[in-house]
Every structure is written in structure tokens, then in C-alpha cells.
Ligand binder design. Structure first.
Ligand code: SF4
Ligand code: SF4
Length: 215
């Protein structure tokens, strides 16, 4: 296996995508007069799986900036998180375990947190490649605001996620290359992304040690 490392250019492109996601989110949040202030809940215990090598590698760019002891601490916590999730799943429950990166209400890798961490909360829609449109109603507090102010949920403002997700898919293709469809699909929690190490893909047959590059 060979680690795939995100170039500075692709990192910058992902940073811009994240920035645009946050500004789309803020626009909808403002028009709904919605914010997380005073919320008794904390979404960082929501169970989410993440699906791109790009975000996985970007998370690792942030993780590597931490000193060794901090990295070890977060890896230890991530291992405990994985065990707790497995226990819940073995009982047929959806895991609800606090993210190992949360410290005193603050994200340890805030600037490198994943897309879901930046978009969960307000209503959103996304068109899948097969044309089906998926709707996300937002968190329970936001849903209450929508119910109170709109006769029908569909009249509420929402984030249109499709264009930015398409840009993310473009970065993923550029990052991993045309063989993306041949590699294992990413379906990991943040804790698994840390414990598993940075993303890697199978080493090309022609570049394995001892194999002559003559084909
Ligand atoms: S997204 Fe909603 S549920 Fe989550 S912290 Fe914010 S207000 Fe609370
Ligand atoms: S990565 Fe940060 S923002 Fe995302 S769930 Fe974990 S602590 Fe919360």
C-alpha cells in the first residue's frame, strides 16, 4: 500500500470548498435566525461515516501538525471511540459517542474538520448522480424553527449542496486518479480515519519492489 498525500493545490481547493460550504450554511442560518448558541445538545456525538480519500488526507494534514504526545492521546481516544461504537452496534443501536477530537467543547482539528461537521444543522438538498434529490431537514432545533415559520417545510430556505459536492468529487478524482472506482470505498468514522493511519491505496503492480517497470 502507498500513502496518498494531498498536494498543496488540492488542499487549497478543498479549503475553498469548505469555505463556500460555510458561507452557504451561514446565509441559510441567518435567514432562519438559527444558531447553535445555547443549544443543550452537541452534534459532535452524532454518528457519521465519511466517504472521500480527500477529506481523510486533509484531516491528516491537520493531525500531523499536532505534537507527538497530543497525537498519541487522540489516537488512544479514537480507539476507545471505535470500541464504544462497536458495542452499540452489537446491540443493534446507532452509536452515540462523543467524537474523540472534542476537548472542552472545542474541536481539536477545527480547521481540518470534515464536511459534515460544517454543514449539519440547517435544511439542505442534494441531487445524486442518478437525478434523485435528497432532502435533509436540519437538526431538531432548526426543524422547530421551520415548523413555526413556514406552512410547508419546502418553503424554507435551504442549502443547495450539489455544486460544492460536485467540486469535491472533482478534487477526489484528481487526487486518486482515474482508477478511483477500483479502490476500496471509504466509509469511515473520524476515529477510524485516525487509527487506520493516513489514506493509502494498493501499490501499482509495476512499482512493487523487485518488479521491473517494463510493461
Ligand atoms: S446543529 Fe442543532 S442540534 Fe447541533 S449543536 Fe447546533 S443547534 Fe444544537
Ligand atoms: S471533528 Fe471536530 S467538529 Fe467534527 S465531530 Fe469531531 S469534534 Fe466535532
Amino acid at each position: 500500500m502507498t500513502e496518498v498525500v494531498l498536494s498543496d493545490e488540492l488542499s487549497e481547493e478543498l479549503r475553498k470548498i469548505y469555505e463556500n460550504m460555510e458561507s452557504d450554511y451561514n446565509e441559510v442560518a441567518q435567514s432562519l435566525t438559527f444558531s447553535c448558541d445555547g443549544c443543550s445538545d452537541n452534534c459532535c456525538d452524532s454518528y457519521f461515516l465519511h466517504h472521500t480519500y480527500t477529506e481523510w488526507a486533509y484531516l491528516w494534514r491537520g493531525f500531523r501538525k499536532l505534537d507527538d504526545s497530543r497525537q498519541q492521546e487522540l489516537i488512544q481516544r479514537s480507539k476507545q471511540y471505535i470500541v464504544a461504537c462497536e458495542e452499540a452496534e452489537s446491540k443493534g443501536e446507532r452509536p452515540q459517542v462523543m467524537c474523540p477530537l472534542l476537548d472542552d467543547g472545542r474541536c481539536s482539528l477545527y480547521t481540518h474538520r470534515l464536511m459534515v461537521c460544517r454543514t449539519h444543522g440547517v435544511p439542505a438538498a442534494m441531487r445524486r448522480p442518478d437525478g434523485k434529490v435528497l432532502h435533509f431537514p436540519g437538526c431538531f432545533r432548526c426543524q422547530a424553527i421551520v415548523k413555526k415559520n413556514f406552512p410547508d417545510d419546502s418553503q424554507a430556505p435551504q442549502v443547495e449542496r450539489t455544486p460544492l459536492l460536485q467540486r469535491l468529487v472533482g478534487v477526489e478524482r484528481e487526487f486518486i486518479g482515474e482508477k478511483l472506482h477500483l479502490y476500496p470505498r471509504v466509509k469511515l468514522t473520524i476515529a477510524q480515519m485516525l487509527v487506520n493511519g493516513p489514506p493509502s491505496i494498493p501499490t501499482a503492480h509495476c512499482s512493487r519492489p523487485g518488479k521491473q517497470n517494463n510493461v
